[in-house]
Design a protein around this ligand. Structure first.
Ligand code: DGY
Length: 328
């Protein structure tokens, strides 16, 4: 019997490709040039499944052109590259990679917060440029982390991980805003208090964004929200580009309306708003929050497990649209 056919749309670990090749006829894009929409459609012809990344947009028009496709396994917890309703309507299963990246991403969120508040990147650039010729009392003095107020917008698993690090590790007061309030036990575990979005913006010394991207969260932080924040505040975005209005943020940073920002994700990435490159008080990283070797390996393996589980036995591990599994 011939094996099902899959496309691995971006480069992944060779050992995971080998695993997949035991079950499937595999075409993989180890050159790692993201496919255009047309290339993606062409590559998906005759494929039963795809292992995708955030750069692979699966929408109604792609689905209409790929009749054989049964599953797209995203190697990411975020799935705003999927038009989920259209996938469900087309009977195409969507999966993501939750849990395996939670702690690593929370670690990174905290690292970015610390680098931003304590001006680590900015001071390193100064030193590397040979500008350091004497100690001075206020050189690169930043904001306090321990004992300060940590605000979290989006209190899913990663938000909770950041809350625990802040509350238990750094004695921070943690406040959060989320679509739905956590239950009391989880709030106690995270030592986090629920507040309105406005109170979050007004009172946080450091605000970390961890909410999923959707049309409803587009520009959740724009000029109006930035104006509510303390002038000494730090903003960290490890969620998705588009949640922050990057142009408004660059202006706020330039005008000192907030103190600093740490950004791992950008509107239109990998392109950046050039204004962000012109302000010194921003730490910029290229969407690497989940990028530890074991975690990226776990993400690739979970995506592979989803493909194998679904195409072999009809049992994916982490389905996003389980309605596809139980057709009426
Ligand atoms: C995720 O898993 O959503 C990360 O942003 C990696 O893309």
């Amino acid at each position: 019997m011939s094996k099902p056919k899959i496309l691995i749309a971006r480069a992944i670990f060779p050992e995971v490709i080998e695993r997949l090749a035991q079950h499937f006829e595999v075409e993989s894009n180890q050159l790692d040039e993201p496919f255009s929409r047309e290339e993606l459609v062409a590559k998906l012809q005759g494929k039963d499944g795809a292992l995708t990344a955030g750069s692979d947009r699966i929408d109604a028009s792609v689905l209409a052109a790929c009749a054989q496709l049964k599953i797209c396994a995203n190697m990411a917890v975020g799935y705003n590259n999927f038009e989920l309703d259209a996938m469900t309507a087309a009977g195409v299963l969507a999966t993501n990679t939750p849990d395996v990246l939670t702690e690593t991403t929370a670690d990174f969120g905290f690292a970015l917060l610390m680098a931003t508040a304590r001006r680590i990147t900015e001071s390193e650039h100064f030193l590397r440029a040979g500008k350091w010729n004497r100690w001075s009392y206020d050189m690169f003095s930043g904001a306090e982390i321990h004992g300060s107020t940590l605000g979290i917008l989006g209190m899913g698993r990663i938000g909770q991980g950041i809350a625990k690090r802040g509350a238990h590790g750094f004695g921070m007061k943690v406040i959060y805003h989320n679509r739905s309030r956590l239950d009391a036990a989880l709030e106690a575990e995270c030592k986090a208090g629920y507040v309105s979005k406005e109170e979050l913006l007004r009172t946080a010394d450091h605000l970390v964004l961890v909410l999923p991207y959707s049309p409803a969260s587009h520009h959740a932080i724009g000029a109006v929200e930035l104006a509510l924040m303390k002038p000494t505040a730090t903003l960290v975005n490890i969620a998705r580009g588009g949640i922050v209005d990057d142009a408004a943020l660059a202006q706020a940073l330039r005008e000192g309306r907030i103190a600093a920002a740490g950004l791992d994700v950008f509107e239109g990435e990998p392109q950046l708003n050039p204004d962000l490159l012109r302000v010194p008080n921003v730490v910029l990283t290229p969407h690497i929050a989940s990028a530890s070797v074991p975690t990226r390996m776990a993400m690739a393996n979970l995506a592979a497990d989803n493909l194998i589980g679904y195409l072999k036995d009809g049992k994916p591990l982490t389905p996003l649209n389980p309605a596809v599994l139980a057709p009426q």
